[in-house]
Design a protein around this ligand. Structure first.
Ligand SMILES: Nc1ncnc2c1ncn2[C@@H]1O[C@H](COP(=O)(O)OP(=O)(O)OP(=O)(O)O)[C@@H](O)[C@H]1O
Length: 321
């Protein structure tokens, strides 16, 4: 079964096409990163999946149910961490979870959920207003996990977290994925998506411009990686050898250093093996992957977002500043 499937899904707000003819499939059990700059249409897509807004055209299924006609079958099976959710400061963490349980009509043990999101029983007793931003996000994720959903939808879950909080969030997502939960993770921060997602879909101005693994995207864009190998002997002969290998380009030799680009990620191992087989002694190998930043910029034409600010597309390093 597919967890999410959209077909020609479109949402227009007057002149603006927020989501444009979106065909997207997310497999059961997958952690899928939904990536795009501010205003790309991520939240609007999520709202249509949850029947919070109706499409202008097209359709979507969630867990096999029609998102519009069978939304009552969908909501008990889906947990949502909405963008910008904040806690009720005076309410304890445990009360938040009890409240979520009542709303969903389940009697999940709050302490089991606290533990699942990495909060202690003592944390559960404290007012959530005293929590760090990372703890608040974990509690909010816990509320989404009440009822043990098959699909967890997280809209920008790492916004505002420091690097430690981000790692905690990523561990949480990985843990849920290991339990078999499908995770749909929207973000405009590249590294967050790369670290946890099996595949990513890149949305730009409402259109899906790519769907692949991060490695696949790198390869597709021809960026791949650059390799610099230091050999024990002058590298000129090795240049001729590796130039003939599939997926290798731009080979240069200078003294004992051999530099090349690999278009196909698998070519890295091929280069090393071919040189070793030919009797070369490799003293050092340096590999530089194409940065996610440049990858993203290439896909979105450096788009800074329709409603966006100049830092709409950012890296973790920038976000942490
Ligand atoms: N209710 C609405 N009325 C009019 N325009 C809207 C409405 N909701 C969204 N839009 C517009 O649709 C486009 C997509 O917005 P959306 O919030 O889905 O993007 P996003 O990718 O989630 O962005 P962000 O990362 O900033 O949350 C934007 O141009 C936005 O201004």
């Amino acid at each position: 079964m597919t967890a999410i499937e959209t077909s020609g899904l479109t949402k227009e707000y007057g002149e603006i096409t927020a989501v444009d003819d979106l065909d997207l499939t997310v497999a059961d059990g997958e952690v899928f990163g939904f990536l795009g700059p501010n205003g790309a249409g991520k939240s609007t897509t999520i709202d249509m999946l949850l029947d919070l807004t109706r499409p202008t055209a097209g359709s979507a299924t969630v867990l096999g149910y029609d998102a519009q006609d069978e939304s009552d079958d969908i909501s008990p099976r889906v947990g949502v961490l909405p963008e910008g959710f904040d806690v009720y400061p005076r309410l304890s963490g445990r009360r938040h979870l009890e409240f979520a349980g009542k709303t969903k009509g389940t009697d999940d043990d709050p302490d089991e959920i606290l533990a699942r999101v990495g909060l202690s029983a003592e944390d559960g007793d404290r007012p959530a207003g005293d929590y760090s931003k990372g703890m608040r996000q974990r509690l909010a994720t816990g509320m989404a996990l009440v009822g043990d959903p098959d699909l967890l939808i997280m809209d920008e879950p790492s916004t505002g977290l420091d690097p430690h909080g981000i790692r905690e969030m990523q561990d949480l997502v990985r843990g849920e994925a290991e339990r078999g939960t499908t995770v749909f993770f929207s973000s405009h921060i590249l590294e967050h998506v790369e670290a946890v997602c099996d595949r990513v879909g890149v949305l730009n101005e409402g259109e899906l411009v790519a769907v692949d693994t991060i490695d696949g995207l790198r390869a597709e864009l021809g960026g791949g990686a650059t390799m610099a190998l230091t050999l024990a002997d002058p590298a000129e002969w090795a240049r001729d050898l590796v130039t003939s290998l599939e997926g290798v380009a731009d080979t240069t030799a200078s003294g004992r250093t051999l530099e090349l680009s690999v278009v196909d990620p698998a070519a890295k191992a091929t280069v090393v093996t071919a040189l070793a087989d030919a009797g070369a002694t490799i003293r050092d190998v340096r590999i530089e992957e194409v940065s996610l930043e440049s990858l993203f910029t290439a896909l979105t034409n450096g788009d800074e977002g329709r409603s966006g600010t100049a830092d709409a597309v950012t890296t973790e390093t920038e976000a942490a500043r």
